[in-house]
Write a protein that binds this ligand. Structure first.
Ligand code: PGA
Length: 258
């Protein structure tokens, strides 16, 4: 079975300007060493306005942190006021793009069909999507969590090729755990990630299921990352709040030492 290298991603959301981003990256790079990069892939997802500055610093100092974005449009160019295309991101050496984050689904009304179009465009531009899925508290309490996650995975990945799915990233982010301080228990997080992998296996086969990296996201912190990462189907973390301080994010990347 394929060995899946963990991916620890920092989703900055709408935080930090480009000067703060430069200072953050320098601080983070001092905190991490080659052994850290050997044991985990690391990505940061700043706001669009910071990408160029971040790319310049990462490149100039040969820092092996991957650049990520939080969102993109599916078209290559056109009359889409306010949007950024996958080709524009790829040109800035962006490697990972988050698609379908619950905040985009809830606040901006993003539907599965749009997430699916975004995924295809991200892959078409040679980047790796991180597709988010997860149930709300109401869905969980109504025993609809499994059906919701399965539906998001089915619709989000529809029409993708097996090898594309096997090389991408899915993040299980229960909405009730995001930014609330309520982390899912390791058992709950494992169950959600295992469900996603089962669904990938059913739709795309064993190789895709063995290859796809599944992150857990929702109030991940230095204190809880190790027990989450010890679960067999959790291959990384999508970190919001705790990714905004270089100190806490570097401790999450070094989860094996916690
Ligand atoms: P959080 O956010 O770590 O602040 O809960 C996670 C996310 O939204 O990706």
């Amino acid at each position: 079975m394929a060995e899946r290298k963990p991916l620890i991603s920092g989703n900055w959301k709408m935080h930090m300007n480009h000067l703060e981003a430069i200072a953050f990256i320098q601080k983070l790079s001092y905190a991490l060493d080659q052994a850290d990069y050997a044991s985990a892939d690391v990505s940061i997802h700043p706001p669009f306005t910071n990408l160029r500055s971040a790319q310049t610093v990462l490149d100039a100092d040969s820092i092996p942190i991957a650049l990520g974005a939080q969102h993109c449009h599916w078209a290559e160019s056109g009359a889409f006021t306010g949007e950024v295309s996958p080709a524009m991101l790829a040109k800035l050496a962006v490697r990972y793009v988050i698609a379908g984050h619950s905040e985009r689904r809830q606040i901006f009304g993003e539907a599965d069909e749009q997430v699916n179009r975004r995924l295809k465009a991200i892959l078409g531009a040679g980047m790796t999507p991180i597709m988010c899925c997860g149930e709300t508290l109401q869905e969980r309490e109504a025993n609809q969590a499994e059906a919701r996650i399965a539906a998001q995975v089915d619709a989000g990945l529809a029409g993708l090729k097996r090898d594309q799915v096997g090389a991408m990233v899915v993040a299980y982010e229960p909405v009730w755990a995001i930014g609330t301080g309520h982390t899912a228990t390791p058992d709950d997080a494992q169950a959600g990630c295992a469900l996603i992998r089962d669904r990938v296996r059913a739709n795309f086969g064993a190789d895709a299921a063995a290859g796809v990296r599944i992150q857990y996201g929702g109030s991940v912190k230095p204190a809880n990352v190790a027990e989450l990462m010890a679960q067999p189907d959790i291959d990384g973390a999508l970190v919001g709040g705790a990714s905004l301080e270089a100190e806490s994010f570097s401790r999450i990347v070094r989860f094996r030492l916690q």
